[in-house]
Design a protein around this ligand. Structure first.
Ligand code: ATP
Ligand code: MG
Length: 613
């Protein structure tokens, strides 16, 4: 799995965060200005002890009330200036950073659309979802707050120590002493925290996957009364996340305690030492007051470093997680390479096609092997085979949802591997076993099949698919179909998917068992209409029933990833036992074709289909 934390032990948070630069670049001026304003505001607060010193050694010692009032006024003005500057900083960064987050999210979405199907087979959707939401939010927060304040605090601490040393260098050294152990502690903390942070973010992804699956599968969950076990799985995951979060909190509390206690001890030591010096007369009371109030003013910048580092670590992890997806290679277009391929005849040609899924066990047999098939121009080829024989896989190779791992597929003489994907997908239309619809209107769902088709074409496609039920929907074509089209019946969804496949009058059509959910009467109607469409195209139709096979001119039998026979329905029924068995098994009780009832003897000769093993 690509998202295991163990691989990330030796990564550098800074290097990860630097990858954000291209997105931050457009807003860099504002970000730098904001940091500058924050440094200014923070250093203003360091002037306050100097005014105190002036007051204690001057007006207070001289018992001059006018001077004290003046000092108080200065302090008030400084306070107001500091508040205004911090407010200005916030205003400077808020809007541009929302823009950074939005553009990163848009890039992620665009990239997800272009990643190959194999990537999506491998990655759980919740992991992708959490990257697009939680992780990007962490990044925005990091850019808005810890990034600036790590710089601001470092600058403030530096200026503060310069002031401290100017007041009294021996006391300054006492305060500086804890720096070394603190730096060591912080680096240990950072390493530990980055591991837990990664774990927590991955677990959020797992949790999202479970929630998403059980919401999408709510019918099954309820239908099988599985809500208890689902809830249990959810509870287990969320408890795991909770204990990781607690681990994070424990680490943070530990470093926080050390970061507050150690400087506190140093301030205490400086106080004792300073008081002795004042008693000796070697230090003025005002200087001691100024020294201690500067030290106290530095407390917050030092203390906050713990959680600023924690937030930065989380942001670095989020960046890693984001770029893990962004670095995955998109489907590349080899178009333009124009490798001279050996001539292939017109129509749809499979030549020695071999395919193996990317995550298949090494050494396992390929899902498809030595597929040689020629679908002549205008011809319809039915693809028949037992379950798991590789029919869906073969159809997915034509629009290049997966890339062949051997051999080639050519459309009208052109190797699809050298074709631009956009052109290939205009040429080929598909309808899959599970008709996927989107939460949009009926019309929009059909139009996905051909951009720019007009309403007449949509109506024609709906007529072909016998989807006249659309007219009876409350808003006709403009009816929203709900998430994944679940407000429609299975047969209705299938007919819309079919309409989507034929709306663009594609040259090549690939249908994966498109009629399985229709009742016998609708099926007959759809078949009649589909026959007209198929006449104009070169098509491969996966079929389980004799009635669908009847749409085809010829039939290819796929058996355990090989084409074992090609011929007309009648020929194969007579000559091929497996085919006869499949056709009779698919239609218990006999189909419309009297020839389809295979002989019992034939049935016994045929090996059990591999999908049932
Ligand atoms: N995404 C995938 N990753 C790995 N293996 C897969 C994937 N999809 C399918 N397979 C495997 O490939 C083989 C062929 O599957 P395929 O879906 O092509 O069968 P099919 O002929 O369409 O079956 P059915 O008639 O049940 O639809 C099966 O053994 C299946 O387990
Ligand atoms: Mg299938």
């Amino acid at each position: 799995m690509p998202q295991k934390p163990a691989e990330h032990t030796d990564r550098s948070a800074v290097r990860s965060l630097l990858r954000l630069w291209p997105y931050v670049r457009p807003v860099r001026v504002r970000l730098f200005t904001a940091a500058f304003v924050a440094i200014l505001a923070s250093c203003l607060s360091l002037v306050i002890p100097l005014i105190l010193k002036w007051m204690v050694d001057g007006p207070v010692a001289d018992r001059d009330p006018g001077g004290v009032w003046l000092g108080a006024l200065y302090l008030l003005l400084l306070g107001i200036a500091e508040a205004v500057l911090f407010g200005f900083r916030r205003w400077l960064v808020a809007r541009p950073l929302a823009g950074v987050e939005a553009s990163m999210r848009a890039d992620l979405y665009r990239h997800l659309q272009r990643l190959p199907v194999a990537f999506h087979d491998r990655w759980p959707s919740g992991q992708l979802l959490s990257r697009g939401t939680t992780d990007l939010m962490l990044l925005r927060m990091f850019l808005a707050f810890p990034l600036t304040f790590l710089v601001v605090n470092a600058a403030t601490i530096l200026v503060g120590f310069l002031i401290l040393f100017a007041q009294d260098w021996s006391l300054g050294l006492v305060l500086l002493a804890p720096a070394v152990p603190l730096i060591i502690l912080c680096s240990v903390f950072e390493t530990k925290y980055s591991l837990v942070a990664r774990k927590a973010q991955d677990q959020v992804g797992d949790l999202t996957t479970v929630v998403e699956e059980s919401v999408l599968g709510i019918r099954i969950v309820k239908g099988f009364g599985r809500h208890r076990s689902q809830a249990k799985a959810f509870k287990a995951l969320s408890q795991r996340l909770r204990s990781t979060e607690l681990g994070k909190a424990r680490l943070l509390a530990g470093i926080w305690a050390l970061i507050t206690t150690i400087p506190e001890l140093a301030i205490g030591a400086a106080l004792v030492l300073g008081t002795v010096q004042v008693a000796d007369g070697s230090l003025s009371a005002g200087t001691l007051v100024a020294f201690l109030s500067t030290a106290l003013a530095l407390r917050w910048p030092v203390e906050s470093i713990g959680f600023l580092l924690a937030m930065s670590q989380e942001a670095a992890t989020a960046t890693d997680r984001y770029f893990e997806v962004m670095d995955a290679a998109e489907e590349e277009d080899t178009a333009g390479a124009h490798v001279k391929a050996p001539e292939a005849p017109a129509g749809m040609v499979f030549e020695g096609v071999e395919f193996r899924y990317p995550d298949a066990e090494p050494g396992s047999p390929p899902v498809l092997a030595r597929i040689d098939l020629h679908v002549r121009p205008g011809e319809t080829m039915a693809l028949v085979g037992g379950t798991g024989s590789g029919k869906t896989t073969l159809t997915a190779l034509v629009p290049r949802l997966h890339e062949v791992t051997g051999g080639r597929i050519a459309l009208d003489g052109e190797d699809i591997a050298t074709m631009e994907r956009s052109r290939l997908r205009e040429l080929v239309s598909v309808a899959f076993e599970e008709p996927t619809l989107f939460s949009a209107t009926v019309g929009e769902n059909v139009l996905m099949g051909a951009e720019g088709a007009d309403e007449d074409q949509v109506r024609r496609a709906l007529a072909v698919a016998q989807a006249d039920f659309v007219d009876r929907l409350p808003q006709g074509l403009d009816t929203e179909v709900g998430e994944q089209g679940l407000s429609l019946s299975g047969g209705q969804r299938q007919r819309l998917a079919l309409a989507r496949a034929v709306v663009g009058r594609p040259r090549f059509l690939v249908l994966d068992d498109p009629l399985s959910a229709l009742d016998v009467h609708t099926e007959t109607l759809v078949e009649a209409a589909l026959r007209q469409v198929l006449e104009e195209t070169t098509a491969v139709v996966v079929a389980h029933r004799p009635s669908t096979v009847m749409l085809a001119d010829r039939v290819a039998l796929l058996s355990e990833g090989r084409i074992t026979a090609v011929g007309t329905h009648q020929e194969l029924l007579r000559s091929n036992a497996e085919y006869a068995w499949l056709m009779s098994g698919a239609e218990p009780g006999g189909g419309p074709d009297p020839l389809t009832t295979g002989t019992p003897a034939a049935a016994q000769q045929v090996p059990v289909e591999e999908g049932t093993r």
